[in-house]
Design a protein around this ligand. Sequence first.
Ligand code: ATP
Length: 221
Amino acid sequence: MKKEIAVIGLGRFGGSIVMELSEMDVDVLVIDTDEARVNEYQDYYSEGIIGDSTDEAMLKSIGIDNYDNVIVAIGDNIQASILSTLILKDLGVKKVTTKAQNSYHGRVLEKIGADIVVHPERDMGRRIAHRLVSSSVVEYLEVSTSHSIIEYSANAKLENKRISDLNIREKFGISIIAINRDNDIIVSPDPQISILGGDILILIGSDQQLNHFEKVMERLK
Ligand code: ATP
């Protein structure tokens, strides 16, 4: 059976989720109060509803509880986002993912039972900040409030050095969990492997340790 996912709110965030899902083997239902938005994305979903997600009777009538995954991508209208999340959980939707506008909104969403709270603007801001500060950071992913994973492009100072010789774990307290070498992923690389030009190191550590590593590496360049 195909996976079924509902997306509420077709702003830039919700819209891009719908377009991405349409490339996968997923049945997508969209709901938006704005008819123009529903029409705009008509090529990307299997069912579109012009309606208000704070209308519990409407959600019930379309059988929203049959969807295991519902994404609430309403941004500006925080009240509608909270109420929709609450109703969806009350109706028994297993996994509700809601976009938060700010940290207070996020905290309320967690309290009322949202399964996943996403902060796309905040996360993207952080990613861009890391890329700006260190030209070698190609990707940045937060895994908790204190730890992250970064993709770090190996610079000349790291080239042809064995992992064991770099002492990254001892010096910085961070671990190389994988190496992306020409799109081949070497998982848990052997410490005897030498780093080559073009390698992208995938590193995990606390934010403090990663920041320290990025700063030291920038100075070495
Ligand atoms: P984004 O930040 O993702 O670009 P946006 O700023 O363009 O979003 P928002 O006001 O955040 O737009 O709303 C996203 C979408 O959610 C809009 O298309 C809006 O019509 C829709 N929307 C808002 N409230 C509701 C609601 N109660 N039910 C269904 N859709 C809603």
